[in-house]
Ligand binder design. Sequence first.
Ligand SMILES: Nc1ncnc2c1ncn2[C@@H]1O[C@H](COP(=O)(O)OP(=O)(O)OP(=O)(O)O)[C@@H](O)[C@H]1O
Ligand SMILES: [Mg+2]
Length: 248
Amino acid sequence: MIEITNLNKSFNKHLVLDSINLHIAKNKIYAILGRSGSGKSTLLRCINLLEIPDSGHMKIRDLDIDFSNIHKNDMLKIRKNVGMVFQNYNLFANKTALQNITQSLITVHKYSKAKANEIGFEYLNIVGLSDKANHYPSMLSGGQQQRIGIARALAFNPEIILFDEPTSALDPELVDEVLNVIKIIKNKTMILVTHELNFARKIANEIIFMSDGKIIEQSTPEAFFNHPQTQRAKMFLSKFNNNVDYVI
Ligand SMILES: Nc1ncnc2c1ncn2[C@@H]1O[C@H](COP(=O)(O)OP(=O)(O)OP(=O)(O)O)[C@@H](O)[C@H]1O
Ligand SMILES: [Mg+2]
């Protein structure tokens, strides 16, 4: 469904993504794991063209993008196909919860206001926040703001949703309410960068493990957590999760 080949990205001569090849299958959930600085966020940001890779290709739906020669409307098409949930929610402070969801439905996707509101309420309901439609972000907890962020990403029915550490800015007691919302999302392709290893293990169909800008392991959670293949993955797992049983 998404095919990324030979994606490279440098910042000031520092190669941050190094020959990334990735096949993303429809309606599967991928968790990207790796140490800080390994390139996880940059990879997500390259997929929705918030960062422009230096080279490589990406096929998504009927789009075939050559990163070294991006066309003007590639960006718009990508934004219509790819939803993103950010660590810090990125909600508009001066818009209500409902307006945060309907804004791009009206401006980018050209829905009427009435239709956008209808969709907005549908997704507020899905994330359990129908009663907060007219609240501004400052009146919502972090967990509620993130659930609005998720509703906003889902509302335009994108082909794929990218989550960049959606719970890492939250107080521990609010993490579960957001993970529970992610859990109920059905029939959607998702790539999730997270440090919630137990959650990744439970929810993901595949684990992608990155180190120094490369994907160095890609396997089922079962294989990754029980039998990591590389020393780096073994070290990563031993640091983060003492409960995980795996063979060194
Ligand atoms: N805009 C930028 N300009 C320069 N360097 C950058 C930029 N964005 C990221 N980098 C560098 O690219 C590398 C990968 O960063 P990235 O944010 O993708 O890592 P990450 O795996 O998401 O880390 P974390 O777990 O801390 O979020 C890091 O060395 C980082 O300093
Ligand atoms: Mg990151």
